[in-house]
Ligand binder design. Structure first.
Ligand SMILES: CN1c2c(nc(N)[nH]c2=O)NC[C@@H]1CNc1ccc(C(=O)N[C@@H](CCC(=O)N[C@@H](CCC(=O)N[C@@H](CCC(=O)O)C(=O)O)C(=O)O)C(=O)O)cc1
Ligand SMILES: N[C@@H](CCS)C(=O)O
Ligand SMILES: [Zn+2]
Length: 784
């Protein structure tokens, strides 16, 4: 397999759609690639740049090397075409807003250079708070939300896709620039502050399209043969007017005279009604996700309008890490042979969501490792399936057989089924997911805890200092032993407990210094999971996570947190909150098995957490928080699937948190989400207290919860921990007064928006001091 031949340096491409010349097919390709660097080189460079330790040139050089290595690797692996502009210094949606000159004016008027203006928008600076960050569809990646108003204008203000194209071409590599499509860009944007009531960014489509047309012309003049326009927004339910916008957009872009070939990529599910619209539009290619929803293959095969188009069959899962089932993938791609003009082979979505290379994971059992494919291996899978499809299976018989034997081995691995776990689940009765009624519990808890009105607490983690991380790195590398590590972490716990006593918080935490991550920490101790050593995936900006691999039945061989919670409680008279992660969040932030329904896996995880809850209670811990920040994350994109999801998601939380005394108080915590769709579930999980991100939206969520009939304790965040800003006492008191107007004061708790692990003590101490002072002030003003 060969890479497309390079365009002669500097010269325009010989073809354009208007000239009707044959175009090299897209063939075997990937929709995008990780960009943080195999050893998180970009993360380190970004953080050094932000700290003023390297200059811009050094940062750009690290980025250039990541791009070059990526392109060379993809070309050497044998893909037919390779993407560019999939690199980003922070986020591709922010890149798109920058490219089209649509950054909020609070950043452009700072007068900084382009790089620092971009980072100001991403991270905020004094007096110019960062753009809002939210989840990218149902993934654990987060993007920055563009802010648009009726007066927003668009132009081609940047040149990133062009520069990256040129950079690759200078290496002799022809690439396909990837852009967020215009309709998805607008659907992901929000109305800027001050926009008229009811304004929706999609109304700006006719103003945005000319900028895309201009960019397409520039790319064409540069010699670009294909562009990829990503429209994942159409994997979710869309209104007729949004579908009309899609049709209008691609009619306009497809009719542009001088442009490269256009491939629209729809991913994270089937395209629904958008499929037919795109099939009828004057574009040349469509990339479809044939993994997320298996019925998509039939919908695509039935689509007559694709006869003159190339369809890139996304048969290699871009989001999970299992080796592809080559026969299933080949069958799906082959189904499209009679439908599409040409069939290419690709990943279901960008590989941004998986780590770089499974071969480095020497710590994972070799048998399990052989079942896995990370980004590098997935590229090989795409190349393999592409060749088998084009040249026949005989041409790659040996590689196909190796792949088949790994798939067979996994399917037959009976030792992944733990009969004890299965028997426990079989024996579950409805009472295993029920607690006593809330009013009785609330009275028993007040009797046990004797908390003041408006009790103050934190969400769990305290700053993960460089020293804490260094200790863990030293422990992992074997430079210090288990006892020394434990002693260092206990010293940190003691420091954090003393600090909270000094600050005057009412319910304390141990601070989570011993945790690398709130999911990975548990996965490392549960049977059925494998942890990775190098498997970093970008979560947002420079922040990464290492999602564990959930490959078998889950159980808890031994208590996971009890010693830490007990130790913290031994240091103080005040109640210490035990801290656990709930089942849905554990699943959402892991790579999950695909050989059984997620609901079954959730129940297994719930049983393990339930065991821990019971052990914490037995150890004298009277308040236990079970964090469920990702409850919104696994919500299916299509509304028709919501009820089934909520049923198992709520059941798993309740299974994890019932069977305990009425007097034991269960907290949960939610953040990083739009809560609108999950309000009924927040009530249904039946936690005694829910702490919830609210500071930036000025407590709006409380009114929403109230309207949804929420009747339990609630801790709306009064300190935005995503910003280094220290809120003053008046600001916190004002938020608290708003809170007690929306919810009866006896149900209100006082806490930050989320954990403090990413912050420094220099901000956290004064912020918490102000929080406690504000709580006391407002408490003193409550009617007796
Ligand atoms: C709440 N969020 C989380 C999500 N997903 C998760 N799995 N976990 C989450 O908490 N999704 C939604 C949000 C996303 N938010 C965040 C927030 C913060 C981070 C983050 O800070 N990530 C850290 C890595 C955390 C970690 O695993 N740390 C490890 C390893 C630390 C490390 O890199 N060590 C260095 C050596 C250190 C030294 O010597 O100084 C090394 O190994 O090279 C640990 O503490 O042991 C990040 O740095 O990106 C992520 C998502
Ligand atoms: N207990 C966790 C929740 C984060 S969502 C923390 O405090 O970091
Ligand atoms: Zn949180």
């Amino acid at each position: 397999m060969t890479v497309s031949s390079p365009t002669p340096s500097g010269g325009p491409a010989p073809t354009g759609p208007s000239e009707q010349s044959p175009r090299t097919p897209i063939g075997a390709t990937v929709l995008g690639y990780p960009r943080i660097g195999p050893d998180r080189e970009l993360k380190r460079a970004l953080e050094r740049y932000w700290a003023g330790r390297i200059d811009e040139a050094e940062l750009h050089e690290v980025a250039r090397k990541i791009r070059v290595d990526t392109w060379r690797g993809l070309a050497d692996a044998g893909l037919d075409t390779i993407p560019s502009n999939t690199f980003s210094y922070y986020d591709q949606v922010l890149d798109t807003a920058t490219l089209f000159g649509a950054l909020p004016s609070r950043f452009t008027r700072l007068g900084a250079g382009p790089t620092d203006t971009y980072f100001a928008a991403a991270r905020g600076v004094q007096d110019a708070p960062a753009m809002e960050m939210t989840k990218w569809f149902d993934t654990n990646y987060h993007y920055l939300v563009p802010e648009l108003g009726p007066d927003s204008t668009f132009s081609v203000a940047g040149s990133k896709p062009i520069e990256e194209y040129r950079e690759a071409r200078a290496l002799g590599l022809e690439t396909r620039p990837v852009l967020v499509g215009p309709v998805t860009f607008l659907l992901l944007s929000k109305a800027a502050d001050g926009a008229p009531e009811g304004f929706r960014p999609i109304e700006l489509l006719d103003k945005l399209l000319p900028a895309y047309v201009e960019l397409l012309r520039t790319l064409h003049d540069e010699g670009v043969r294909w562009v990829q326009l990503d429209e994942p927004a159409f994997a979710a339910d869309r209104t007729q007017s949004e579908l009309d916008a899609l049709a209008r957009a691609y009619q306009a872009l497809g009719s542009a005279r001088e442009r490269p070939g256009i491939m629209v990529a729809g991913y994270f599910g089937g395209l629904g009604d958008a499929l037919g619209l795109l099939a009828r539009s004057p574009i040349e290619a469509l990339a479809v996700d044939l993994v997320t929803d298996p019925s998509t293959v039939d919908a695509v095969a039935a689509e007559r309008g694709l006869r003159d188009k190339e369809v890139v069959a996304g048969v290699v899962d871009g989001r999970n890490i299992w080796r592809v089932d080559v026969d299933g993938a080949l069958a799906r791609a082959a189904t499209l042979l009679g439908t599409a003009g040409t069939v290419g082979v690709g990943t279901s979505c960008s590989l941004l969501h998986v780590p770089y290379d499974v071969d480095r994971e020497t710590g994972i059992d070799a048998r399990v490792r052989d079942w896995l494919a990370f980004a590098g291996q997935k590229v090989d899978e795409v190349v393999l399936i592409g060749r088998a499809l084009r040249e026949g299976q005989e041409s790659v018989a040996a590689q196909l057989e190796t792949a088949r034997s790994a798939t067979r081995d996994r399917a037959g691995a009976g030792d992944l089924r733990d009969q004890r776990v299965r028997a426990r689940l079989e024996a579950l009765k409805p009472e295993h997911t029920r607690r006593g009624d809330y009013a009785t519990r609330a009275a028993a808890q007040q009797e046990a805890l004797k908390l003041p009105a408006l009790p103050s607490t934190t969400i769990g983690s305290f700053p993960q200092t460089g020293e804490v991380r260094r200790q863990r790195a030293a422990y992992r590398a074997g430079r210090i032993g288990a006892e020394d590590y434990r002693a260092a972490m206990r010293a940190e716990v003691e420091r954090v407990v003393r600090l909270q006593e000094d600050l005057g918080l009412d319910v304390l935490v141990h601070g989570e210094p011993e945790r690398n991550d709130m999911v990975q920490y548990f996965a490392e101790q549960l049977a059925g999971f494998a942890a990775t050593e190098h498997g970093w995936v970008q979560s947002y900006g420079s922040r990464c996570v290492r999602p564990p691999v959930l490959y078998g039945d889950v159980s808890r061989p031994a208590p996971m947190t009890v010693e830490w919670a007990k130790y913290a409680q031994s240091l103080t008279e005040r109640p210490v909150k035990g801290m656990l992660t709930a089942p849905v969040t554990i699943l959402a932030w892991s790579f999950v098995r695909d050989d059984q329904p997620l609901a079954d896996t959730a129940r297994q995880v719930a049983l393990a957490i339930r065991d821990e809850v019971h052990d914490l209670e037995s150890a004298g811990i009277r308040v236990i928080q079970v964090d469920e920040p990702a409850l919104r994350e696994l919500l299916p994109l299509r509304a028709a699937e919501h009820k089934a999801y909520f049923d198992w998601a709520v059941e798993s939380f309740r299974l994890a948190t019932s069977g305990i005394s009425d007097a034991t108080q269960i907290h949960t915590h939610m953040c990083y989400s739009e809560f609108g769709d999950i309000l009924p579930a927040i009530e249904a999980i039946d936690a005694d207290v829910t702490s919830i991100e609210a500071a930036r939206s000025r407590m709006e969520v409380l009114t929403d919860l109230d309207e949804a009939g929420f009747s339990r304790g609630v801790g709306p965040g009064v300190y935005d921990i995503h910003s280094p800003r220290v809120p003053d006492v008046d600001e916190v008191s004002s938020l608290l007064r708003t809170a007690v107007e929306a919810v009866p004061a006896e149900r209100v708790w006082v806490n930050p928006d989320c954990g403090l692990k990413t912050r420094g003590y220099a901000e956290v101490e004064p912020a918490l001091r102000n929080l406690v002072t504000a709580a006391r002030q407002v408490r003193a003003q409550l009617p007796a």
